[in-house]
Design a protein around this ligand. Structure first.
Ligand SMILES: [Zn+2]
Length: 154
């Protein structure tokens, strides 16, 4: 009885043999227990190899492509939200402006701000004289008395 080599059994496993050879090999497996054992061990090795490397070679590429697609979708959603928020801000600002214009607050401010600024400038000039007269002299007096007290105690 002619036995087949491991390479021929691997070819059968890989599916690279033609139909005629495949039939011969299968018939031989039915008759020969020695070749059947070799064939079964090759199948077990192939399964172990497959289990030890569960990730296919293009796994990283597929994951990265999925991540890029998700990022693109998120960017599109963010752009839409930003545009909607911008429109809401403009509409809100327009509503607030219209409200202030209808209540006359801008007229009130345009009349009152010049009056109050002239009042502030006249009163501020007087208070600046008061401030400059007092605090520097008092600071010098306090400091010199502290230094004098410190040197006398020594
Ligand atoms: Zn055999």
């Amino acid at each position: 009885m002619k036995h087949y080599s491991s390479i021929e059994w691997l070819n059968l496993l890989s599916g690279v043999v033609n139909e005629e050879v495949e039939c011969e090999l299968h018939e031989h497996l039915l008759e020969c227990e020695e070749c059947l054992n070799i064939y079964v061990s090759l199948i077990e090795n192939a399964e172990e190899t497959h289990l030890n490397s569960p990730l296919s070679l293009d796994f990283t590429d597929r994951v990265m492509n999925t991540i890029h697609e998700e990022n693109r979708k998120l960017q599109a959603i963010k752009k839409r939200k930003t545009f909607n928020n911008l429109i809401i801000c403009y509409v809100s600002a327009a509503c607030i402006t219209l409200f202030f214009m209808s209540s006359g607050i801008f007229d009130f401010l345009s009349k009152k701000i010049p009056e109050s600024s002239t009042k502030f400038s006249t009163t501020h000039l007087g208070s600046s004289n008061l401030l400059s007269n007092g605090w520097t002299d008092r600071l010098v007096d306090k400091t010199s008395s502290f230094v004098n007290g410190f040197t006398k105690n020594k």
